[in-house]
Design a binder for this molecule. Structure first.
Ligand code: ADP
Ligand code: ZN
Ligand code: ZN
Length: 739
């Protein structure tokens, strides 16, 4: 009897064997339902063989093999295997968690209708509905009818944007005969006029970038597309995708957060709508939408796949090009479970398929920049803005050493905002801290409000009269008096976006002010509305966190003011400087993108700091090389490779005991002389010592050789598994970016 070797979503790093009456090698990659203890689990067939270490009569039988979709392709399975080995994470967990939820079920859905997009349109009797007979309070009905009028068709995604109840209503209308459901037929206009829509003429720099990649389109190369903000990186992507489409290849584009980049999605759709199917895969989709996109990609129907980090695991039979936009963005690194870097896996996939991968950024990660300098990546530079007459904004520091202004805003900045207002131009105040104030303080005894579950302060949210923990989400009311000394005079200290908003509305009562942070855009679709408001010039002053910094085009923005960025200059995190620089470059880059000249003012007590100096000169290279020299001297990445053993438990002692045992194991492994160049550090507390009630600490391992590190980790990981107890949670974080 054949034996199936199955990958299951359980925290044990092994394959599980089951017997089955009939199977062949072509079943590899199919899903299978198997008994596991008292449960049934879904797994993926990793191998088919005739004997294993376990006697056949001890093996259980598989319950069912699903043949509803094609098996996972071999290259994707190789990617999962690599991922499991490199990140030291159980294979089955890697595989199953990357699949769309609907096909992870032991009773899979009927897939036929999932692939096709259903669209709704009014029937003849639907068109004859007398809208005045519908009560005005039925706003959803009115909106839907309005949207469907004039022969417009809606798909469920568009309908859901109108209201969460819209799809249900459409189904009811279908039953009544008002609406008919049709399967979306994909219409391709392959005429010359569709292909030759008016495209901008490439700048010389863009042109060089495009032709360099195109010339080596049939081989693996990593291209670092290093272009200042507004240099037209998107247009370079578009031309390369066009090339891939003309060769009948699929393109995978990874972007940091799709909800925040509807502009990019719209640009792609506008360019390729008529020639190729584009799907987007991100966390904002429901299970059906995600499955549909995944299946369309797997079947080669979708030719352009735009997605966030998880999309790197999409099956793509005709993959011909990979693009990672904003490659420096830390959201490409998953921060729980399998801690993979989607950027690094994107490079792996390109290598696997022997195709080009383009990493784009105005401020590349130092890892990528270093690889470009040492010749492993090809460096493509765009040093000028693409739009005629648009130049990089002028950046200046406002020296605050002479004394901090009482309200947090200097006279110079206030004056600049006033100027903008009088010229009807927009300004943006950037402060990377939401809430009203970061601290609630008692001036008599020094008490501050802290979170009971985390080692963090509670942030004051004055509008909803609450204190909130930005790490675990805990909320509580304001105390009437200091819980420690009873003094009723407790006050917010420092400032966040809400306080800046308050100050600015007092200073400029007539100005239209819009605050943009995670609190203000928590509603779905709020972001789209905000962008429209900005583009229609219905806002004078924007106040925002780093949400605003990413990739948006604000044509009427003339001034960017930066507050309170000094705190990051002296962080203990060795990557803080790199991050701050990237963030300030990005946010500065919002200004002066079109005809309006841009200006950036940074309020600081350290105007001579090399970071601000480099920023003022738009000199990424100066700062990057400066930081690289420091990292080399101190022995930090990219000159060494790191792995972090993270542990957490309810009691500090459990964590400490575990990490000390792990430390001892590591020492003995290295002592056995099999391993070279491994540096083992002592266990230390995590930056957030306590999070959600768990005590946290970690142990750092590093090596000048990635291979040596991996070799060591494999041995260590195997032994760590024997140390485990139910009271401790631990994970290996390879190439960590947070500590
Ligand atoms: P980046 O992503 O590099 O910051 P964008 O791709 O957003 O830059 O491009 C900035 C602006 O330049 C956009 O408005 C875009 O339409 C425009 N643009 C890009 N390439 C060209 C070109 N070759 N000619 C004219 N305008 C261009
Ligand atoms: Zn007190
Ligand atoms: Zn908390």
């Amino acid at each position: 009897m054949p034996i199936l070797r199955v990958a299951l979503n359980v925290p044990i790093d092994t394959l599980f064997d089951y017997v089955i009456t009939e199977a062949s090698l072509s079943d590899i990659g199919l899903r299978v339902c198997v008994p596991f203890g008292a449960r049934k689990l879904i797994g993926v067939i990793w191998g088919v063989c005739t004997e294993t270490a376990i006697p056949v009569d001890k093996l259980k039988s598989a319950i069912a093999v699903f043949r509803d979709i094609q098996p996972l392709p071999a290259d994707l399975m190789a990617l999962f295997s690599f991922c499991s080995k490199y990140y030291h994470h159980p294979l089955g967990m890697v595989v199953i968690n990357s699949l769309p939820a609907k096909i992870r079920r032991i009773k899979p859905p009927v897939l036929k209708s999932e692939i096709q997009n259903v669209v709704y349109l009014l029937t003849e009797s639907g068109r004859q509905i007398d809208r005045s007979s519908i009560p005005a309070r039925n706003t959803v009905m009115h909106k839907l009818l309005e949207a469907l009028s004039g022969n417009t068709q809606l798909d469920s995604q568009q309908a859901r944007k109108i209201s969460v109840r819209a799809v249900k209503l459409l189904k009811q209308w279908t039953a009544k005969g008002w609406v008919e459901e049709k399967h979306d037929e994909i219409f391709f206009d392959t005429s010359d006029s569709a292909r030759k829509m008016s495209l901008p003429k490439l700048t010389p720099e863009q042109s060089t970038a495009v032709s360099s990649v195109v010339m080596q389109f049939d081989q693996f190369n990593t291209w670092l597309l290093h272009g200042v903000t507004g240099s037209g990186k998107t247009e370079v992507y578009l031309r390369l995708i066009e090339k891939a489409l003309s060769e009948n290849k699929q393109t995978l584009i990874l972007i940091p957060e799709i909800n925040l980049t509807p502009q990019l999605e719209a640009v792609f759709r506008a360019r390729f709508m008529k020639t190729a199917i584009i799907v987007s895969l991100h966390s904002g989709l429901n299970d059906t939408e995600r499955l549909r996109g995944w299946l369309q990609a797997q079947q080669g129907i979708a030719r352009v796949i735009l997605g966030t980090r998880l999309a790197v695991f999409t099956p793509l039979p005709d993959l011909g090009l990979v693009i990672v936009d904003e490659e420096h963005d830390s959201s490409f690194k998953q921060q729980d479970g399998l801690r993979y870097s989607a950027r690094d896996l994107a490079v792996f996939r390109a290598k696997q398929a022997q195709i080009p991968v383009v990493l784009g950024s105005a401020t590349p990660s130092l890892e990528s920049y270093h690889k470009a300098l040492t010749g492993r990546y090809h460096h493509l530079r765009l040093n000028h803005r693409a739009v005629k007459n648009a130049s990089l904004p002028q950046i200046n520091c406002i020296d605050m050493r002479s004394g901090k202004p009482r309200i947090g805003l200097t006279g110079q900045l206030i004056h600049a905002i006033k100027n903008c207002l009088s010229q009807r131009q927009q300004s943006l105040i950037f402060i990377n801290r939401r809430g009203y104030a970061p601290v609630l303080l008692c001036r008599s005894c020094g008490w501050t409000a802290t979170c009971r579950r985390c080692s963090s302060r509670l942030v004051v949210h004055l509008q909803d009269k609450k204190l909130s923990c930005h790490h675990c989400g805990h909320c509580e009311g304001f105390p009437y008096a200091c819980p420690q000394c009873g003094d009723p005079d407790i006050k917010p200290f420092g400032r966040g976006t809400q306080r800046v908003e308050e100050t600015l509305s007092e200073l400029f009562p007539a100005a239209r002010i819009l605050r943009i942070d995670r609190d203000s855009i928590s509603r779905k679709n709020a972001w789209q509305q905000i962008l429209q408001t900005i583009h229609r010039r219905e806002v004078d002053i924007l106040i925002g966190t780093q949400l605003l910094a990413k990739g948006h085009d604000f044509p009427n923005l003339a001034l960017v003011g930066i507050l309170d960025s000094d705190i990051s200059l002296f962080s203990t995190d060795f990557r803080a400087g790199e991050r701050l620089f990237a963030q300030l470059m990005q946010v500065s880059g919002r200004a002066g993108r079109a005809e309006v000249a841009g200006r950036v003012l940074i309020q600081t007590e350290y105007p001579d700091h090399p970071l601000y100096q480099a920023l003022q000169q738009h000199n990424y290279d100066a700062l990057a090389q400066n930081i690289l020299a420091e990292r080399k001297l101190a022995g930090f990445p990219p000159y060494v490779f790191q792995a972090l053993l993270r542990a957490e438990a309810h009691s500090v002692n459990t964590v400490t005991d575990f990490l000390h045992a792990a430390h001892k194991l590591a020492r003995s492994i290295v002592g056995s002389l099999k391993h070279k160049n491994i540096e083992i550090f002592d266990p230390v507390s995590a930056t957030m010592t306590r999070l959600k009630g768990m005590e946290r600490a970690h142990l750092l391992i590093q090596s000048g050789s990635r291979q040596n590190l991996q070799f060591f980790l494999t041995d260590w990981y195997r032994q760590l598994n024997t140390l485990s107890s139910s009271r401790i949670r631990w994970i290996l974080d390879v190439d960590p970016i947070e500590f």
